[in-house]
Structures are given as structure tokens and as C-alpha cells.
Design a protein around this ligand. Structure first.
Ligand code: COI
Length: 358
């Protein structure tokens, strides 16, 4: 999706009362969505097969040149990550658990036979690119700067095999909400997101996990649904995740979410929400969740970096539609408020999840 034309003039800057420089977006009057707003810079670091990443640099944001026979283009040798930088009320910029993204990228890189940046290289690169694009971090309460690290085989290779060269690239975009309002899910019972069990790639952020959901997603959206919920490919009886988020169901005082078994993406928001819910006194169970259990739940919500925490208003499975509790009284509202509070520096960060960019 492209940004609306009334977003502002990206070339000139403006200064806030606090003396901060901002890109000339109409931050007060325009509600950002989840679409690309190009920023000033991106980060690029390259390494040859068999080597280690060593030195990256900040370069102007723009198109990249790539061989037609690059590993990423031909054989899908690529991963992405997603994390957000938030501006606090007192003007600081915070990242949320960037080391978790670094570790997840490393696990994915091992699976796809790619070298990966070290934890420190990853986190430092993220800090550098956020600082370089500081004027694009929205004012407190107006959104966040979405940071998108990519790791891809960019070397040319005609035969099937690991590419001879790799690129770690990070670009950013200011964003607002991914979805507006509570979601209406359609359960997909013919197409699957990932191979069940530990042998597939559902548990890593491989670029190849996303386009295969487009057919189901496009059809569901054409029929008025907001998103698709996928089932396990082995039996079709258990819920897995939606196109770009993990899912949870709530029954009485218990919360259930599919366990991380190689198929489910180990979401950083998922992991954080589990901890927050336990701290708030809820029982959280990570285990297989059947379709019947979901249909009998009181509440359902989903989590993801882009999505944060979003309540699910309804699920439609074949001919059955079930409505769930939503609104300010829903548990998901409480969990979201706590998480966003920590991310934006309004709630005390007792777990040292946030990292200051300075
Ligand atoms: C994220 O939440 O960062 C994701 O990876 C979802 C993305 C595909 C929009």
C-alpha cells in the first residue's frame, strides 16, 4: 500500500517545541497506517560465503542493484525481521528487545545456510539506523518507527545451493496501526501456512513463508474478513497462526496459545505477552489448541510486532461464526496497554526489555 498524498512533504523538516527535528509529516492530523514511508538512510553490510560479517555502513535509502541470479531471487534464500523504535514522552527513543530479533535471525540463518551478523552487530546496526533516521521516529503517541532488517543471499548462483555472497540490510518506515479495530478471522481449511512439526520453516522468518498465504488472504478479504487463521497441516484440527501474527484464546482465567514446535513463529510480542499475563496472575498454557476449543473460548486475540496486540471480534469456521468479547474490558486491552506502556516508557520496565538509542 502506498502512503496517502496528504501525509506531508518529506523533504523539509520541522522543529518541535522541545527542539527535536522531525520530518515534515502532518504528525498531529494524520493517522499513520502500515505502509512504506521511505526514510533518509538504510544500513548495508555484506559478506562472502564462509566469511563473517565485519563492517557495515549507513547509505542513502534507495533501490539496490542485484544479480538476476541472486540466491534470494531464484531460490528464496532470505529472512526478514521486524522491530519498532518508540519515542517516549520525554523525547528518548527506545527499542524493544532487539537482541531477541538478533537471535531469531541467527536461528533462521542457520536453517537457510547463511552467515548472520553477531548479536552485537545486529543491535548496533539497528541503533545506528534508527539514529540516522531519527527525524522519522514519530512523536510520542503518534506511532513508531518500524525497523525491517533483511538477510539475503545476494551472490549469483545458477545451480541450487547457498549463494556466494550475503547482504544484511536494514530499512525503516514510520508506521501506525496494522489493522484498524478488532479482527474478523476466516479459518482456512484447505491451504496451509507451514508444514507441521519441526522439519519445516514455519518457525523462522523465512521470506518464503509469506507469499503462500496470499491466495487465502485475498479471498478472505474479498469476502469481508480481516485476516485468515491457518490450521495444522498434519490433521487440520488445531489452530496455528494468522497470516502475520500469533494467536491466543482466553477461557475463564486461562490463556492458551499454540506451543512453539517448529511450525509456529516464536514471536517476540507473543513471548512478552505470555510473561506479562503470568505476572498479572493469569494461567498461560502453551499447547495445541483445537478448533473446538477456540470456538468455545470467551475471547481471542493476536500478537505480533507490527500488530502489537489486537482483539479478534469473530471467527468463521466453515458455516459456524463465533463472536468474542472485545473492547476496553477485554483482557487483550489490558495486556496491550501494559506492553505498549513498557515499549513507550510509560510503564516501568522491570525486565530491562527496552534499549535506549543514543
Ligand atoms: C511483524 O510483526 O513484524 C511481522 O513480521 C509481520 C509482518 C509480516 C508485517
Amino acid at each position: 500500500m502506498s502512503p496517502p498524498s496528504n501525509l506531508g512533504n518529506f523533504k523539509d523538516g520541522s522543529e518541535s517545541a522541545a527542539g527535536e527535528n522531525y520530518a515534515d509529516i502532518n504528525w498531529d492530523n494524520y493517522e499513520l497506517g502500515f505502509y512504506l514511508v521511505p526514510t533518509d538512510y538504510m544500513y548495508v553490510m555484506k559478506c562472502a560465503k564462509g566469511d563473517k560479517f565485519s563492517q557495515g555502513s549507513i547509505v542513502p535509502y534507495g533501490n539496490i542493484e542485484i544479480s538476476p541470479s541472486a540466491g534470494i531471487l531464484n531460490y528464496g534464500q532470505g529472512l526478514f525481521e521486524g522491530l519498532k523504535a518508540y519515542r517516549t514522552e520525554d523525547g528518548r527513543i527506545l527499542l524493544f528487545r532487539p537482541d531477541e530479533n538478533a537471535q531469531r535471525m541467527k536461528r533462521g540463518a542457520d536453517r537457510l545456510c547463511m552467515p548472520s551478523p553477531s548479536n552485537d552487530q545486529f543491535v548496533n546496526a539497528v541503533k545506528q539506523i534508527v539514529l540516522a533516521n531519527k527525524r522519522w521516529v514519530p512523536p510520542s503517541g503518534k506511532g513508531s518507527l518500524y525497523v525491517r532488517p533483511l538477510l539475503m543471499g545476494t551472490g549469483a548462483s545458477l545451480g541450487v545451493g547457498p549463494a556466494p555472497e550475503y547482504t544484511f540490510l536494514i530499512y525503516c518506515s514510520p508506521v501506525g496501526s496494522y489493522h484498524k479495530g478488532a479482527l474478523n478471522f476466516k479459518v482456512e481449511d484447505k491451504l496451509y501456512r507451514a508444514i507441521s512439526g519441526s522439519g519445516g520453516t514455519g518457525g523462522i522468518k523465512s521470506v518464503t513463508n509469506y507469499a503462500p498465504v496470499y491466495t487465502a488472504m485475498t479471498e478472505a478479504k474479498a469476502n469481508g474478513f480481516s485476516d485468515v487463521l491457518f490450521l495444522d497441516s498434519a490433521t487440520g484440527k488445531y489452530i496455528e497462526e494468522a497470516t502475520a501474527c500469533n494467536v491466543f484464546v482466553v477461557k475463564d482465567n486461562s490463556i492458551f496459545t499454540p506451543e512453539i514446535d517448529g511450525t509456529i513463529l516464536p514471536g517476540i510480542t507473543r513471548k512478552s505477552i505470555i510473561e506479562i499475563a503470568i505476572d498479572l496472575g493469569y494461567q498461560v498454557m502453551e499447547r495445541a489448541v483445537s478448533v473446538e476449543e477456540m470456538l468455545g473460548a470467551d475471547e481471542m486475540f493476536c500478537t505480533g510486532t507490527a500488530m502489537v496486540v489486537n482483539s479478534v471480534a469473530s471467527v468463521t469456521y466453515k458455516e459456524t461464526r463465533v463472536d468474542y468479547k472485545t473492547g476496553p474490558e477485554a483482557l487483550s486491552a489490558k495486556l496491550r496497554a501494559t506492553l505498549v506502556g513498557i515499549q513507550t516508557g510509560c510503564v516501568e520496565d522491570k525486565k530491562s526489555w527496552t534499549v535506549l538509542v543514543d
